[in-house]
Design a protein around this ligand. Sequence first.
Ligand code: SF4
Length: 74
Amino acid sequence: MRLVVDLNRCQGYAQCAFLAPDVFVMHGEEALMYDPGADETQREQIMRASAACPVQAILVDQVDLAEGALAHVG
Ligand code: SF4
């Protein structure tokens, strides 16, 4: 599955790292690292993390949309 986090939007709330720790990992207080090619078996956790993100920064299977969204930042 394709996974994109809009890191311009991400505020480091770490909800995702809490809900899908195999995919999202916080490094320090604000730096988020994630697996953009996460396995399909992680989908449910990722969907939960996406729904829980306070700023809707996690986009699943919407890579074209994500690129469009990023193009509007700055
Ligand atoms: S829950 Fe959203 S804002 Fe928080 S670290 Fe994850 S992607 Fe960033």
